[in-house]
Ligand binder design. Sequence first.
Ligand code: IMP
Ligand code: ZN
Length: 367
Amino acid sequence: MELMEWCRELPKIELHAHLNGSVRDSTLLELAKVLGEKGVIVFADVAHVIMKNGRSLPECFMLFDLFHILTTDHQTVTRITKEVIEDFAAENVVYLELRTTPKKNEAKGMTKRSYMEAVIDGIKAVDSVDVAFVTSDTSKLMTCSGSIPVNGTGSPIKRKKIYVRLLLSIDRRETTAAAMETVNLAMDLKDFGVVGIDLSGNPVIGEWETFLPALKHAKELGLPITLHCAEVPNKKEIQAMLDIHPQRIGHACFLEDEEWRKAKFLKIPVEICLTSNIRTERLSSLHNHHFADLYKAKHPLSLCTDDSGLFSTTLSNEYYLAASTFGLNKSEIFVLARSAIQYAFVDDEVKEELTKVFDDAEKRLIS
Ligand code: IMP
Ligand code: ZN
């Protein structure tokens, strides 16, 4: 089997995916057209960026701003969530930790809570695959599925299954009070599959001190946190981030030796986003990427997409890139994919289920 096809077949764990960055281009185009017709945006200004494959850094941030306009409507949030989950499942992602920034828009009657309810409705609306998530009724794993398809002889066709959990993102533009509200909301929605907190947004905006009280609060409440860390050089902030000992960090492009020593000593798992780092010009070439050093050092790692829609990638493609750039063979790639189970913010019961999925796949994929 060709390597790319093999990477698609591989079961995968996605730990760093932003909901609105993962939206399909076709959906984005359709939504932008409607907004253009309503006069909310100038469609011609964004159309060429949406349809483009390799986007520049300013074009990426232009699209993020567009996403914020698009997601002011509950139905759209629900639709995007449903489609994003279906797209990840189609790639054989078996566990998806989807992160999103709860948004408030008084004019549209949207609160952070109602935004999240729309996301949860999107999870429930998935019908092309089985979704395992958490419900408030039983606090147990429940599987929701649409109508059961049958084959020509009337026997049920085995459907794909994906576990979905949510992380609530604090945007670096937010105030301490807004960040605190997000943490409290995450706590309230624990029974709906919310498993942790993320800090993201434009890395050159915002002060660490603004978010720290909310992140500390999350820690006190027992909510795991993951931080977008060192997307730009910022020694003081990077050190402060490592000092609070987050459960994971994302990107980690600009750590210096001293900080790497600390991160390695603390064994903080790193969410590696290869395509994203190149597209946003954090690194000039994959050959200089810190993946190589971390992999060699056996540091905990997981390959992730970040924004699969925005960066025109898939998790299968990220595994393919790692294999082809760093010379990993199929067995090594398989071990890497399976190792990500350990770093998921999910209970042991689900981890055991996921391990079984990998055990089954191993027989098929590694000869
Ligand atoms: P959302 O939180 O579902 O709206 O997903 C899009 C948001 O994720 C963006 O507006 C950013 O705040 C954040 N985001 C996505 N990609 C990146 C990145 O590479 N760095 C920092 N923040 C990001
Ligand atoms: Zn990210």
